[in-house]
Design a protein around this ligand. Structure first.
Ligand code: 13P
Length: 261
């Protein structure tokens, strides 16, 4: 089974409803339907509903950037995965901005991953070490702990369908944006897949999609997509730029065409 290349745009807390609608409109005109490439947009929670009415579902899927792990109840200000299940295919879980700014810990992230799966939403679990952890040689331990705890409640079959994005915190544009070279990223992405193999077996390791994220733009995306263990990219800053994001999708097309030739 060949996996579709996944290009995910994390719009973070950018673009109001009309700006988001305009960007989608332009991307929709430019991006073609492809059976090999899946383009996913993660706008703010506010914008998910209007975009879901506008979106060409043959070209794009939607993701939420977060939600609360309980299905419903007295949780003022929260939105549940149950409420999102008809709107989104994916949800970004455990992004470093949520871990750092909003204090999301291992158990909260584990509960969110479980809530996604329970609601038939595919989690895109973000993992990655900080610069300090990297300097102290703790990268592998951090990745192991993040993966093992987040996936703790899942079966091997469930893990087959999820995505794990390796996003070294130091490589994210707003946290420093030091480029993680593709050969550096490759080693950790292989380690991530090895962890899945160790915890859930060969089939889950083969099928789980491992993405890369951190300062990816149209100029450098190819280097990551060429990595054998890389099933796609999670893009922040460049995803709200029409030219850069469509350039990223174009790069994925050309690579796919070269592979087929
Ligand atoms: P940048 O692409 O802006 O570095 O952000 C990466 C990211 O956090 C995607 O989730």
């Amino acid at each position: 089974m060949t996996k579709r290349t996944l290009i995910v745009g994390n719009w973070k807390m950018h673009l109001n409803t009309s700006q988001a609608s305009l960007l989608l409109h332009r991307l929709q005109e430019r991006i073609r339907i492809s059976r090999d490439i899946e383009v996913v947009l993660a706008p703010s929670m506010l914008v998910l509903q209007p975009l879901s009415l506008q979106i060409d579902r043959r070209k794009f899927r939607l993701a939420s950037q977060n939600a609360f792990h309980k299905d419903d109840g007295a949780y003022t200000g929260e939105v549940s995965f149950t409420m999102l299940r008809d709107l989104v295919h994916y949800a970004i879980i455990g992004h470093s901005e949520r871990r750092i700014y909003f204090g999301e810990d291992h158990s909260m992230i584990r509960d969110k991953v479980a809530a996604c799966v329970r609601n038939e939403i595919t989690p895109i679990l973000c993992v990655g070490e900080t610069q300090t952890e990297r300097r102290q040689g703790e990268t592998r331990q951090v990745l192991h702990d993040q993966i093992a705890t987040a996936l703790h409640n899942l079966t091997a079959k469930e893990v087959e369908n999820i995505c794990i994005a390796y996003e070294p915190v130091w490589a994210i544009s707003t946290f420093g944006g030091i480029l993680a070279k593709p050969d550096e990223a490759e080693k950790e992405m292989k380690f991530i897949r090895d962890q899945v193999r160790r915890l859930f077996g060969e089939k889950a390791a083969k099928r789980v999609r491992v993405l890369y994220g951190g300062s990816v733009d149209d100029q450098i995306v190819r280097g990551y997509l060429e990595i054998e263990d890389c099933d796609g990219v999670l893009v922040g800053g460049a995803s709200i730029n029409y030219h850069k994001f469509s350039g990223i999708v174009d790069a994925a097309y050309s690579l796919q065409r070269e592979k087929e030739a």
